[in-house]
Design a protein around this ligand. Structure first.
Ligand code: HEM
Length: 509
């Protein structure tokens, strides 16, 4: 049979599939199912419009259908539930009804490794989170701030984008999406995992973590084992990084020195589940990858957005500098954790950044049993997914006046909203905070454990920038629009700032 026969047959088959798919959507609407977003191409569904701009996609369909609707994306049926009630429905659903592990494990297990986070029963994850959380105390944070200060200084001194070894350099241009991920991983590894782990980043770890990153992409969310170099490199890097943590663990066990207040030591000492089973060293090693990756993209994206907004707002930068002077004196003595607690504008700048740019736009769960959506006649069937988009109410004028304006001072009036979300500290109980319109760290059993750490890390880094630099976006450019093509919401390139030193030569590095 000739080539042209197959070409014609394929074309006919394609056209028939498209027509049948379209007719099915128009003619057979099940009143007990949420409305389905119309799509021409079967299986592929609305992948392009959702993937390019999820917030526009949510808003367009909310206008058509209200807060609840289903879309098809690469064979998956995903029911979106918007607004605070939607957040509550998805994030507070019972674990017997929905699961995060069946939504995420295919992406995360090859990156973190076996036995942890989503590669274990949910009850185990809840205990792993408690082990980690028990390390993240105020006492630990007090010890972290000077470590972060030191890491930031060292980074500025070594990085060609900053002083590059010349402590008198007065100005330069910096690509934030290069610099901030590096600063984030150096400061997080030094504080959460200790000196030896941090030292590995000066050797091979940085490249290996890059390889892990390149295997943690939307493509891998859809095709976890797609046979491309990024996938092979991800798997190799995971093994090497996990083995390296194992060496660190063996050495700490050998010397018995568990004195540093890092998360690794807490796991080595205390990680025994309620049923008496101790986490294996391999699981602890993999947990360290999970913890570092959990905070890496989220915090790097947040500091980048914050620096961009500040770069576009000199009055805000000046007010932040003034706050530094008021709390630490005109000589700007070294920052402490307690100083950070006395800097409302700094903390509200982080809060506002997360309101406008929550790093994660979609939180998903796999539906394990048919799930009725309260207050509607809709049932989401087993095998589908549900999706919460906490970022939607965060830019809704119903909850935040002039929501598209970056105004950290709004949080002086909206304190009640923060408090509501902050009530969730026990991940296993039903969350009261899930109904809050402000949930950058999620809610319910899968709520983030890293919120306080993130504030310490971001607060210290931003305060250091405010003290040291004046900066702006090149050529008076506006803050970039969001780019949704990676796992977190980033500013579209170019993410450059141009800076000058505030007081060249006064600070010795
Ligand atoms: C600005 C920084 C951060 C943001 C915006 C953020 C956001 C989130 C969100 C939205 C979730 C919920 C995911 C879901 O429900 O599907 C989450 C969970 C989590 N995050 Fe964070 N995170 C940040 C930093 C961190 C840091 C620094 C760590 C580690 C120290 C961390 C570790 C975790 C862990 C372990 C979970 C729990 C996953 C689960 O239970 O399923 N995060 N984070």
């Amino acid at each position: 049979m000739s080539f042209s026969f197959w070409a014609v047959a394929t074309l006919v088959f394609g056209v028939v599939a498209v027509v049948v798919n379209a007719l099915k959507q128009v003619l057979f609407k099940d009143p007990n199912r949420p409305p389905v977003v119309f799509h021409w191409i079967p299986v592929f569904g609305s992948a392009a419009s959702y993937g390019m701009d999820p917030y526009k996609f949510f808003e367009d369909n909310r206008k058509k259908f209200g807060d609840v609707f289903t879309f098809v994306m690469l064979g998956r049926h995903i029911t979106v539930a918007l607004g605070p009630r939607g957040n509550d429905f998805v994030l507070n659903a019972k674990h017997s009804d929905v699961s995060a592990e069946e939504a995420y494990a295919h992406l995360t297990t090859p990156v973190f490794g076996k036995g942890v986070i989503y590669d274990c029963p949910n009850a185990r994850l809840m205990e792993q989170k408690k082990f980690a959380k028990s390390a993240l105390t105020t006492g630990a944070f007090r010890s972290y701030v000077p470590l972060i200060v030191n890491e930031v200084r060292q980074y500025w001194l070594k990085s060609p984008q900053f002083f590059g070894g010349d402590s008198n350099r007065a100005s330069n241009k910096t690509h934030l999406m290069t610099a901030m991920p590096e600063m984030t991983i150096f400061t997080a590894s030094r504080t959460l995992q200790g000196r030896e782990v941090r030292a590995k980043f000066d050797e091979s770890f940085a490249d290996l973590y890059h390889d892990l990153d390149r295997g943690f992409t939307p493509i891998h969310f859809v095709f976890p084992n797609i046979p491309i170099p990024a996938t092979f490199n991800r798997d190799k890097a995971q093994r090497k990084i996990s083995d390296t943590y194992m060496e660190v663990i063996r050495e700490r066990r050998r010397t018995g020195d568990l004195s540093e207040q890092d998360v690794l030591n807490t796991f080595l000492r205390d990680a025994v589940y309620k049923d008496g089973v101790r986490m294996s060293d391999r699981e602890i090693a993999n947990m360290m990858i999970g913890i570092l990756m959990g905070g890496q993209h989220t915090s790097a994206a947040t500091s980048t957005w914050a620096l961009m907004h500040l770069g576009a707002d000199k009055a805000l930068r000046d007010a932040l500098y003034q706050e530094q002077v008021e709390v630490c004196g005109p000589e700007l003595r070294e920052l402490t954790y307690d100083d950070l607690q006395n800097m409302p504008l700094l903390n509200n700048t982080i809060r506002e950044t997360l309101r406008m740019h929550p790093p994660l736009h979609s939180l998903m769960r796999f539906v394990r049993h048919d799930l009725t959506i309260e207050g509607t006649r809709y049932v989401v069937p087993r095998g589908h997914y549900v999706l919460a988009a906490p970022g939607v109410p965060m830019i809704d004028s119903q909850y935040f006046k002039e929501p598209l304006k970056f105004q950290p001072e709004r949080w002086l009036e909206q304190k009640n909203i923060i408090d509501l979300a902050a009530q969730d500290q026990d991940y296993t109980v039903v969350s009261k905070g899930a109904k809050s319109p402000y949930l950058p760290f999620g809610a319910g059993r899968h709520r983030c454990i890293g919120e306080q750490f993130a504030y310490v890390q971001l607060g210290t880094i931003l305060a250091m920038f405010v003290r040291e630099f004046e900066w702006s976006l090149p050529n008076g450019r506006a803050v970039p629009t969001p780019d949704y093509s990676s796992m977190v919401t980033l500013p579209a390139e170019p993410s450059d700032i141009v800076w000058t030193r505030r007081r060249v030569g006064e600070k010795k590095y």
